[in-house]
Design a protein around this ligand. Sequence first.
Ligand code: HEM
Length: 147
Amino acid sequence: MMPLFFVEWMHFVGMLLMASATTAQIFVLKTPPSRAGVRAIVRGAVIFMIGSLVIVSTGLSRTLRSPQPLTAYEHSLCFSIAIGLFVLLLLWSIRPIRRVLGWRRVFKATGALPDDATWRGTARMLKAQLAPVSIITLLMVLTTHGY
Ligand code: HEM
């Protein structure tokens, strides 16, 4: 079994991967659509997905290995809101991820790049992903303080 400190560290790494991949994608989407840009955006989407998997697996592991009983988390308002927001965040992220993977498919098949409006619209969708990440982080820290 992995040492607990490693799981806790990976929980933070998952968070960093999600936030940094989204930020990098937003910056790339500020430049005009390009082949290198599409590649970077796809990479960002993959890193975001890896970050989510890391956070879910380490989060579950932390919950099961916590010295607190599971009922403590069930009764924690902050924990429940954080998990609810996280689920909403994952559902929200499906649309930009599918769009970006679609860009790669079209680019590979025809060499066509996305139009300016779709490109900029995706940046707006991704900006909306960043706020929940910081709110969830705050709620989880409050959870560790027993709220
Ligand atoms: C399935 C999703 C998740 C589960 C099951 C989960 C579970 C947990 C657990 C059990 C703790 C320890 C609480 C305690 O010490 O009493 C924790 C801490 C924490 N979690 Fe999560 N978590 C999840 C997702 C997230 C997400 C999405 C974020 C941020 C974007 C996050 C950020 C944090 C932070 C910042 C802490 C406090 C770390 C510390 O002070 O050591 N978690 N999480």
